[in-house]
Write a protein that binds this ligand. Structure first.
Ligand SMILES: [Zn+2]
Ligand SMILES: [Zn+2]
Length: 129
């Protein structure tokens, strides 16, 4: 029997993106569906068992959330996703410095989308300067 997991994940990504590639580096390998923001009813990966069935259940539930909030997700490869989460842990100053220094505007957009989704109060502060 073939493993339904890759096609289920692909189906999830195609609900919010035109193609299932990393939004930063365009690879199609080892993709992760990143939540910009977690809501009270968000589906959380760690709440499902670390088994094949657990993964299937996770993506099946995630599909409902993607249909509800298609703009809340990014498709990222494992490397870009790890990198993103490392940067999101920076202090605001360090994060701004980082964004000013990188030449990859796609990555910069992904960083700020998630940052401002999680810190909406910062949007007004940003408008001031
Ligand atoms: Zn990538
Ligand atoms: Zn993530």
């Amino acid at each position: 029997m073939t493993n339904p997991l890759p096609s289920l994940k692909r189906y999830c990504i195609l609900k919010f993106r035109r193609c299932d590639v990393c939004q930063v580096c365009d690879t199609s390998k080892k993709l992760i569906i990143h939540h910009k923001k977690y809501f009270d009813d968000s589906v959380i990966y760690k709440q499902f068992s670390d088994t094949h069935d657990g993964r299937i259940q996770y993506y099946a539930k995630l599909l409902d959330e993607i249909e509800k909030r298609p703009t809340n997700f990014n498709s990222l490869c494992m490397n870009c996703h790890d990198h993103l989460h490392k940067i999101l842990n920076f202090s605001k100053n360090k994060l701004d410095d980082y964004c000013n220094s990188i030449l990859n505007s796609r990555f910069e957009i992904i960083i700020s989308d998630t940052y401002y989704a999680r810190h909406p109060e910062e949007i007004e502060a940003y408008d001031d300067d």
